[in-house]
Ligand binder design. Structure first.
Ligand SMILES: CCCCC/C=C\C/C=C\C/C=C\C/C=C\CCCC(=O)SCCNC(=O)CCNC(=O)[C@H](O)C(C)(C)COP(=O)(O)OP(=O)(O)OC[C@H]1O[C@@H](n2cnc3c(N)ncnc32)[C@H](O)[C@@H]1OP(=O)(O)O
Length: 176
């Protein structure tokens, strides 16, 4: 369900963690930029770079799955809950050349308790371009302890003492 304080449609969502491979400022990462959509949906773009290749001149399937995963994960901002990927099923429909701007969209399709069912699509070159990838996913709601108990102490300690990170956690109504 869309949280009453969710970002307005069109508003950029920013990074949930500065060192995230998907949305953070990580060298070699995706540099994916997401925006809130209507209801519980998001749109995002990511440009395939040479470091994302699997075959000559083509994106690696795992990188495309990561872009879908990150787009789906950014639905957290609209629900103001923290969820992590439990299951991600991906259809690779078309090869994606290096240099392509992949236009992604994702939405929540159902919620049962802690389970959030969602789907995503990635299109080549434009929001109405040819479909290249699709995903069906199940995200599971977790508490902030999930990260504190499982993450490496070095990064967890840094996150807990970073005011910007704490602000992001508060946006998810989490009190670390
Ligand atoms: C210190 C400061 C930190 C600050 C953090 C601040 C902000 C963070 C904000 C957002 C960040 C959040 C996410 C990141 C966003 C985007 C990145 C992309 C997303 C990812 O990349 S994220 C990484 C990959 N992800 C994982 O690293 C998960 C590893 N995994 C686990 O940690 C556990 O596996 C877990 C927690 C998933 C479940 O464990 P659990 O013990 O809590 O719950 P349980 O197993 O009981 O499952 C409950 C119900 O889900 C069903 N269920 C579970 N898994 C299923 C599956 N695979 N298929 C079908 N059904 C499944 C069960 O069947 C049951 O269903 P039922 O209730 O009906 O019986």
């Amino acid at each position: 369900m869309r949280h009453p304080d969710a970002p307005a449609p069109g508003e950029p969502l920013g990074a949930h963690y500065d060192q995230c491979f998907g949305c953070g400022h990580q060298p070699g990462g995706l540099g994916l930029i997401a925006r809130a959509g209507e209801d519980v949906s998001v749109t995002a773009e990511f440009t395939v770079r040479s470091g994302h290749q699997g075959a000559p001149g083509l994106a690696h399937g795992g990188v495309l799955a990561a872009a879908l995963d990150e787009t789906l994960g950014s639905l957290n901002w609209l629900q103001r809950t923290i969820t992590v990927t439990g299951r991600l099923e991906t259809d690779f429909v078309r090869p994606v050349p290096v240099g392509t701007e992949l236009h992604l969209e994702a939405q929540v399709t159902a919620v049962h308790g802690r389970k959030v069912y969602c789907s995503a699509t990635g299109r080549i070159g434009a929001p109405d371009g040819p479909v290249a990838v699709r995903a069906q996913a199940l995200f599971i709601e977790v508490r902030v302890d999930h990260f504190i108990e499982n993450g490496r102490a070095e990064e967890i300690d840094a996150a807990l003492t970073d005011p910007d990170q704490v602000k992001v956690a508060r946006a998810f109504e989490v009190n670390p």
